[in-house]
Design a protein around this ligand. Structure first.
Ligand SMILES: Cc1cc2nc3c(=O)[nH]c(=O)nc-3n(C[C@H](O)[C@H](O)[C@H](O)COP(=O)(O)OP(=O)(O)OC[C@H]3O[C@@H](n4cnc5c(N)ncnc54)[C@H](O)[C@@H]3O)c2cc1C
Length: 464
């Protein structure tokens, strides 16, 4: 039996980051993967989607080249196969680099499906047969899977999960997207740029329910301008899958399209893990229960990433696994969720960190906001990216920043300045004093900070 200090099940952004950290500290470490190295993030999530987002962006910009004084001859078209080839090649390059990084750290990559024999022993079944390994500590980082709709199950042809949508070999003329969360919205944005007619069906009152209302209003407007149909407050009462997928709504409307993406969330994945052999505590939604040290109810067994539930984000998964590794090696680190930035890579893109105005008020906080429109900055016109805004939320009494929400060019990067400010407990006025380079998109952040105290030159209020 092979023996390790730490064995990690799953090689997603939780598992590979944890393995590198543990091995670099000199501890015998293995990471076990039953599928493609790199997990959902590298193979079916962050990286392939953002590669397609980059193609869609390039396409949108090329189509309006004339606005920038560039004369392009002939029609601008996307070649779906080439887009997909690029996506595969980006994933491949990244995967080779990651495997090298893990191996160079000294961690061992074991291929196969891991299942618990007991709290220290795993059975690994792979192409080469079966083996057992022993580890002082085991970290479960087995990720998540797309949720199915019982009345419209995935069939891999017409009714697709996000995994399957990424493997399409031809561009559909039309697509229904059930679920207006970030995955549904990102795919809507990508496929709409490529020429697919998109209809989003959402049961809740708006898209992206966790995102600031004003920010979502901008996205809604831009989606509609692009020809994306958005049906909110829409209950599905019937479905038919034939040549087309047809969805009937409660008001009697029928919507038909070539294919349907079901993106109604993801569920933690403990399939095949034989968690019952250790007595691991699993919550009703399937997530493994952990404390803030990432410890499960079984001493020496930790769980991290999507398998412990929300927020299901790659960078959160990595941060959790670093905490778990530290604690497996005898420390007492706590996972800190107070500052978690997140990006939604639609066009225009959205970046958020901290509470929205609505969330803060619902939590009983007295808040003030600073709002600035992107079009008030010189850089937005120079760059041809005038759509967007920033809304900074600060405590009305202490002036401490409690969130920022940005839509527009570079939003997913801009939020990190505020993430750092929040981590350091900065006030809006302190952030507003910091001189920002002109002309840059970063002025949106400093102006929003100043606007929270009425001192913005380009305040949205003054344009009204
Ligand atoms: C379409 C899409 C786009 C996304 N975009 C973003 C984004 O832009 N930014 C972001 O932060 N997040 C994004 N996410 C979410 C992100 O991919 C996940 O939060 C992240 O991958 C979770 O990492 P993880 O390590 O917990 O699990 P995963 O990445 O799911 O990895 C788990 C791994 O464990 C393996 N495994 C499972 N069971 C076993 C077993 N018994 N034995 C061996 N191996 C096993 C699986 O094969 C898998 O490779 C996206 C997700 C999707 C679906």
């Amino acid at each position: 039996m092979q023996r390790y200090e730490i064995a990690i099940i799953g090689s997603g952004p939780a598992g590979y980051v944890g393995a590198i950290k543990a091995a670099r500290e000199g501890f015998p470490t293995s990471v076990i993967e039953k599928g493609d190295f790199g997990g959902v993030c590298l193979n079916k999530g962050c990286i392939p989607t953002k590669t397609l987002v980059a193609s869609a962006k390039q396409l949108r910009n090329t189509r309006r080249a004339a606005d920038f004084g560039i004369d392009l001859k002939g029609p601008v078209t996307a070649i779906f196969q080439k887009l997909n080839d690029r996506k595969e090649s980006v994933v491949d390059i990244e995967k080779k680099g990651l495997i090298k990084l893990v191996e160079n750290s000294g961690a061992e990559v074991i291929k196969g499906q891991a299942s618990f024999v007991n709290k220290n022993v795993l059975k690994v079944s792979g192409a080469g047969g079966e083996k057992t390994i022993h580890a002082q500590s085991i970290i479960v980082a087995t990720g998540s899977k797309p949720k199915n709709l019982p009345f419209l199950p995935f069939d891999g042809e017409k009714v697709l999960s996000s995994d399957e949508l990424l493997s399409l070999d031809s561009l559909p003329e039309s697509m229904i997207i059930i679920g207006g969360g970030y995955i549904g919205c990102e795919f809507a944005s990508i496929f709409s740029a490529l020429g697919t007619k998109i209809t989003i069906i959402e049961a809740l009152p708006r898209l992206l329910m966790n995102v600031d209302e004003d920010i979502v209003a901008v996205l809604n407007r831009e989606f509609k301008k692009e020809g994306i149909d958005i049906l909110t407050n829409s209950q599905i009462v019937g479905t038919k899958v034939a040549d087309k997928v047809t969805v009937t709504l409660a008001d009697g409307t029928d919507i038909s399209a070539d294919i349907c993406l079901v993106s109604v969330g993801r569920r933690p994945s403990t399939d095949g893990l034989s968690a019952e052999n250790t007595g691991l505590s699993i919550l009703p939604d399937g997530a493994i229960k952990v404390n803030e040290q990432m410890m499960t109810n079984i001493p020496g067994v930790f769980a991290v990433g999507d398998v412990i539930g929300n927020p299901m984000l790659a960078h959160v998964a990595s941060a959790e696994c670093k905490v778990a590794v530290g604690n497996a090696l005898g420390n007492h680190f706590l996972m800190d969720y107070t500052v978690i930035p997140s990006g939604i890579f639609t066009y225009p893109e959205i970046g958020s960190v901290g509470l929205t105005e609505e969330q803060a008020r619902t939590a009983g906080r007295d808040v003030k906001t600073g709002t600035v429109l992107l079009r008030s900055l010189g850089i937005s016109h120079a760059s041809g990216e005038i759509v967007g805004m920033a809304k900074l939320v600060a405590d009305a009494v202490s002036d401490m920043i409690i969130g920022i929400h940005i839509i527009g060019e570079r939003a997913t990067d801009l939020i990190h300045e505020v993430a750092v400010a929040m981590y350091q407990g900065m006030t809006a006025s302190a952030l507003g004093y910091v001189i920002h380079t002109h002309p840059t998109f970063s002025e949106l952040v400093s102006e929003a900070a100043r606007d929270a105290n009425g001192g913005a030159i380009f305040s949205r209020r003054l344009y009204a």
